[in-house]
Design a protein around this ligand. Structure first.
Ligand code: ME8
Length: 518
């Protein structure tokens, strides 16, 4: 029985088109989903859009649309982007989905039954941009002396009758949870959360009465849920909560909530508190990744430096974008990107190194061996190379990917690619062709096996390109799992089947930067 694995991304606000940060998070999650599937686990992967709240309502009003129209239009852009980026999600959830309203009302009723909800008056600061309440103590001063949230967003004074959640009750178990190794990563994000609890947890306002775009509070006319209550519930809606059933039993609690560093408080304090209140099991891990910056600067409409990820993917190719983002940025830290950095990295590492290795090797097999593979035993330098490749593909890369250290895993893979290229230069099969044709065959076949392992290992990052290489090698779909790595039987089977290698077409073309761009 395959071990289940449930992972989620944050659900995105569709108050505008998706930006590069949305693409980044979802690509990283897709790498995890594909990686776990290749390890043989039964994966469920959920992403989607977070459609309620004041931010959506205000944006729609500014555009002269209904919130529903805005949500429908923009949610479509997110889904289209994720489809274009080859995101292998199992469900794209929209918080306007009917089952989500039902799930949100059910968790609300469970919290109410626990005695954790009460009516009172909220008076305090609210940031619409963050959809978050802030304590006076947390606010910072802007350049003009105005009050800003700790994230630097405008705050407004709010007074209204709302339901409160007894968050203050949960300080102890939340501290215990935050101190559980592996729950919140990177660990550098833990101190801030612990400090937040230690300052004293206030009860949380969990409904709004000043607008109506949200999930209705059961039995309380005029109240809609605070958008984060329903947003966080998406993670269980998608598994069939509150009805339970096969998916719920199999996949909850989640193995991983992958989110950005700005929303760690919601995921490691509010969400576990809601779950504790509703007597539901807690997620195993929350990972708060860093932010992606455009040449070191945060993108914003006012700065005029907003990148459309769809355009990047169309211009450079989906796998080039995926590879760049995963290989370039240390996951967990902030990272920077630019078109020229992408082109340089992808050309150096995929086109010139891995692509060229595959292209050269397969061309020589097609030309000098009539595309036919033969049985051989690898010894000496051949065996040393295969050991290096096997170590990178079966030990280092999986270990690092398991820990979400994507760039470190990719680096190990790339070092194995470089080892193959050094081996080609040393062995010089084009010379062996005249001096020792048998030896040439052993060299080319060693490379053939190495390329197959390298292509299998890198599938989570560049699924389409890796598949194209594996197609050229003649590796069957059923033999592309991590368990197949380092195994020699498939090679003998290819030989026995008389598999022939055709003259290959290049899988990783070199990218060009338009003249106008520096
Ligand atoms: O926060 N780089 O939605 P969102 C990397 N709806 N990641 C970034 C980023 C950047 N420049 N900008 C944003 C929300 N993100 C809520 C989540 S979950 C129950 C509700 C990340 O559209 C951000 O950290 O503002 C978050 O994880 C995700 O993109 C969606 O952000």
């Amino acid at each position: 029985m395959a071990e289940p694995y449930y992972l989620t991304t944050a659900i995105h606000y569709p108050n505008g088109k998706p930006h590069i940060g949305h693409a980044y998070e979802t690509i990283a999650a897709d790498v995890v989903a594909r990686f776990q599937r290749l390890r043989g686990r039964e994966v469920r992967f959920q992403t989607g859009t977070d459609e309620h709240g004041l931010k959506m309502a205000q944006k729609a009003r500014d555009l002269g649309k209904t919130p529903r129209e805005l949500a429908d239009e923009m949610s479509g852009h997110f889904k289209d982007l994720f489809d274009a980026l080859n995101i292998s999600y199992d469900r794209f959830i929209r918080t306007t989905d009917a089952d989500h309203h039902r799930a949100s009302q059910a968790i609300w009723q469970a919290m109410e039954a626990k005695g954790d909800l009460y009516l009172d008056r909220y008076e305090g600061w609210y940031s619409v941009r963050d959809e978050a309440y802030y304590d006076e103590k947390e606010l910072v001063e802007g350049e003009g002396g105005e009050k800003l949230s700790p994230q630097g967003t405008p705050v407004e004074w709010t007074e209204e009758e709302t339901w409160f959640f007894r968050l203050s009750r949960y300080a102890e178990p939340l501290l215990e949870l935050l101190n559980t190794p592996g729950f919140l990563e990177p660990v550098s994000r833990r101190n801030e959360m612990v400090a937040f609890i230690e300052r004293g947890l206030q009860d949380l306002s969990v409904s709004r009465t000043s607008f109506d775009w949200g999930v209705k509070v059961p039995g309380s006319d005029g109240h809609v849920m605070y958008v984060w209550v329903d947003a966080l519930t998406n993670y269980i809606t998608g598994l069939g909560y509150p009805d339970g059933g096969r998916m719920w039993d199999k996949f909850w609690p989640a193995d991983l909530h992958l989110i950005g560093k700005d929303i760690v408080r919601f995921h490691t304090i509010y969400w576990p508190a809601f779950l504790l209140s509703a007597d539901l099991p807690l997620p195993k891990k929350v990972f708060g990744h860093g932010f992606l910056l455009n040449r070191g600067v945060k993108e914003s409409k006012s700065a005029g430096n907003v990148t459309d990820p769809m355009e990047l993917a169309e211009r450079f190719g989906v796998d080039a974008l995926r590879y760049f983002l995963m290989a370039e940025v240390t996951f967990g830290q902030d990272g920077s990107y630019s078109a020229e950095a992408l082109v340089n990295k992808v050309n150096a590492e995929l086109a010139n190194s891995f692509g060229n290795l595959a292209q050269r090797t397969l061309s020589m097999i097609a030309k000098n061996m009539e595309g036919k593979l033969e049985r051989f035993t690898s010894e000496g330098a051949d065996k040393a190379l295969l050991d290096t490749v096997t170590e990178a593909c079966t030990v280092t890369l999986p270990r690092e990917f398991e820990n979400l250290n994507f760039s470190v895993g990719i680096e190990a893979w790339l070092r194995a690619v470089y080892a193959c290229n050094a081996y080609v230069d040393e062995q010089a099969p084009w010379t062996l062709k005249k001096t020792d044709p048998e030896r040439m065959k052993a060299v080319l076949q060693t490379l053939f096996i190495a390329i197959r392992d390298l292509a299998i290992a890198i599938q989570p990052v560049v699924p389409e390109k890796a598949a194209a290489v594996l197609d050229q090698l003649g590796v069957a779909d059923a033999n592309r799992f991590y368990a197949d790595l380092g195994d020699a039987e498939w090679f003998d089977a290819l030989v026995a089947a008389g598999h022939a290698i055709d003259k290959p077409t290049p899988v990783f073309p070199r990218l060009e930067l338009p003249e106008a761009e520096p």
